[in-house]
Design a binder for this molecule. Structure first.
Ligand code: GCU
Length: 632
């Protein structure tokens, strides 16, 4: 759990070199020992493995006095141990439990996971970390019968140092994962997505030298020239080997090899002008091998370099105006009906976005797994990444704020070296209030402190003027703090019928780029009727036909991400024979069927892309505004 002190210390340092006391991002770029595979599980709806019969936690005194975390051996025929991981059923890690066992489909509570493993070879002075990609929602972790710690937050990485705590063979790793929802949590109890529980992302052991690169951030400075700003954070053991005097950042393909001086805190900063740089763009997603060397430690990864900023109502990618041709997606492989987590899952979903003609994806409503941004870097898709400050969060609860800040810091530190990430989003559809403004204002400050090189936004809500029923107004005060004015709107679905799109007029009270972070409607794939029959593909298609020209009437419009690429599971969607527990606003069904609306949006994005090519080709004749006359 992030304690406020731990977190507030993090933000005392200014500019790019702000180091969040978060999961160690450099662990992701190293050789690791995977602990993925089949783990034993004990389902524990009464948390019998965590509390004694007086409902006191077994770890209340700091020493574990009982419970399943001890993983006691059954080596005494008279012994009384009422759990046994050796004979327990097993499920796959990574993976949610809901989609792996019918009995756990709706389960919310605690599941105890256990696997054993042999220690990796560790040279003298080397350090070993146990790294989790994520576990939803709370994880209590035990190693060889002793508690390592716990983490709260269902979508961000965390790690524990296990140096000196491993035995050569047969180490017992036990994890209690609890996915109960709580009013004070982030997200709170009410969401429109499935509350998948479990160790939903990979688990690894990572060995690093005594002195190692803990984190780093490399980014092009905005403005003239290809000036690369570098910040590297080096760690040395207390009372052990000394920090190196310098660290080296090398980009061999660009002839870069920079030595940066390391200060007493292990921080090194510098900048270098890159010659011959091919900047990253969706069309040419050029990546370079980057090597960071500190003492015996070498970290390598592939990175792209570009700038993103706004000017007036324009979004500028590498100084050129860009339109975000986006789509939203949840982190769910529809064919498995469960949490997505793998590279293959990322390629499937992002491949569909490419097929749709997108250059942008809004990863709703929480940090997706680490593969998404890495694959988006390769495929040339720009990303909006978000923390689940969703709907009715407890704005005045300090623990809720500390939780949200920690999740945002963990996300930014994990992904701020990914060229594809363009927007940090700190919320979604949050009702207006002063406490909400304070809460979100803190998150915006954190985002800018941790990463001043990207855009900050959040999906705001639309308001009306009773005097002018056809008007839809965007004047959320939060828009003062963000780079993009983003909002969700459902004219034609929640707000009248599709023909309402022809009547509605928009007023956006900001001269900033406008991004429609959600819009659309539902349809059951294969259900055909006239365009006034709700849930038919024709009804959904009519929303898209009429919605596009309505949105194009907003002069500040610079992008959109319709809701949503694929149907997704939600407990809020029980309508039998139509929803059956799925939100049907996907352009693709949970069986991969393209609905009629898919082709309508695809055609629009093709026209937008062609118009950009014509404009960039300097044809002299500015491409006609994309005529989006609805094909009746
Ligand atoms: C909201 C919300 C989504 C939700 C969608 C819907 O805008 O942001 O999370 O799924 O509407 O109602 O389908």
């Amino acid at each position: 759990m992030i304690t406020p002190l731990r977190l507030c210390l993090v933000f005392l340092v200014s500019s790019l070199s702000v180091w969040a006391d978060t999961a160690i991002s450099s662990l992701l770029s190293r050789p690791t020992t995977s602990l993925d595979g089949l783990w034993s599980i004990v389902v524990d709806p009464y948390d019998n493995g965590f509390y004694n019969y007086r409902y006191t936690p077994f770890d209340a005194t700091g020493k574990l006095t009982g419970g399943y975390g001890q993983d006691l051996p059954h080596d005494n025929k008279s012994g009384l141990i009422e759990y046994n991981f050796d004979t327990a059923p097993k499920i796959q890690v990574p993976g949610d439990w809901n989609s792996q066992d019918e009995k756990l489909y709706l389960y919310e509570g605690s599941v105890w996971y256990r696997r054993t493993f042999d220690a990796p070879a560790v040279a003298d002075g080397e350090r070993v970390f146990l790294h989790f990609g994520a576990a939803n929602y709370r994880a209590d972790v035990y190693l060889n019968g002793a508690k390592l710690g716990m983490h709260i937050g269902g979508f961000t990485p965390f790690d524990f140092e296990v140096t000196g705590k491993l035995q050569p063979t047969g180490n017992s790793l036990v994890v209690r994962v609890n996915n109960n929802r709580h009013l004070e949590a982030v997200p709170t109890v009410n969401t429109d997505w499935w509350n998948y529980g479990g160790i939903t992302r990979s688990v690894q052991l990572v060995t690093v030298p005594a002195v190692f690169v803990r984190d780093y951030a490399l980014a092009l400075a905005r403005g003239e020239g290809d000036v690369l700003r570098m910040a590297v954070d080096v760690e040395a053991p207390e009372g052990g080997a000394a920090l190196p005097e310098t660290v080296t950042v090398a980009i061999p393909e660009l002839g870069v090899r920079e030595n940066l001086t390391v200060d007493a805190d292990g921080h090194a900063k510098g900048e270098v002008t890159l010659r011959r740089l091919v900047r990253w763009t969706p069309e040419i997603p050029r990546l370079y091998e980057v090597r960071i060397e500190a003492g015996d430690d070498v970290v390598t990864e592939r990175m792209g370099f570009r700038t993103i900023e706004t000017a007036g109502t324009d979004i500028l990618l590498n100084g050129e105006s860009v339109f975000f041709r986006g789509i939203c997606m949840h982190e769910e492989n529809p064919f498995r009906g469960g949490r997505a987590w793998s590279e293959d899952d990322a390629r499937l979903m992002l491949g569909w976005a490419k097929e749709l003609g997108c250059n942008f994806v809004r990863l709703a409503h929480y940090p997706h797994n680490v593969n998404m941004a890495r694959i988006a870097d390769e495929m040339g898709l720009m990303l909006w990444e978000e923390i689940p400050v969703y709907w009715t969060i407890q704005w005045e609860n300090p623990d809720t704020l500390a939780n949200a800040r920690a999740q945002l810091a963990d996300l930014i530190v994990r992904d701020r070296n990914r060229a594809s990430v363009m927007v940090w989003s700190v919320a979604n559809e949050t009702p207006l209030s002063e406490p909400r403004m304070q809460f979100l204002g803190t998150l915006v400050k954190d985002a800018r402190a941790l990463d001043p090189t990207r855009l900050v936004s959040a999906a705001m809500e639309v308001h009306r003027d009773p005097e002018h029923p056809e008007m839809r107004i965007v004047n959320d005060p939060f828009g003062e703090l963000t780079d993009l004015v983003s909002f969700n709107q459902y004219v034609g679905w929640y707000d009248g019928l599709p023909e309402n799109c022809d009547r509605v007029k928009w007023r956006v009270d900001y001269q900033k780029p406008v991004f429609i972070s959600e819009w659309g409607g539902g349809a059951k794939a294969g259900y055909h009727a006239d365009a006034l029959t709700r849930w038919s593909e024709e009804f959904q298609a009519d929303i898209y036909r009429r919605g596009i020209p309505m949105l194009e009437s907003i002069p500040q419009l610079r992008g959109m991400s319709p809701w949503i690429l694929v149907d997704f599971r939600s407990p809020r969607r029980p309508l039998a024979d139509i929803q059956d527990g799925w939100n049907r606003k996907g352009l693709i069904s949970d069986r991969g069927e393209r609905k009629q609306a898919f082709a309508i949006l695809q055609a629009y994005y093709q026209r937008k892309a062609q118009a950009e090519i014509d404009a960039q080709a300097g044809s002299g004749v500015k491409a006609p505004a994309t005529a989006t006359t609805p094909q009746k």
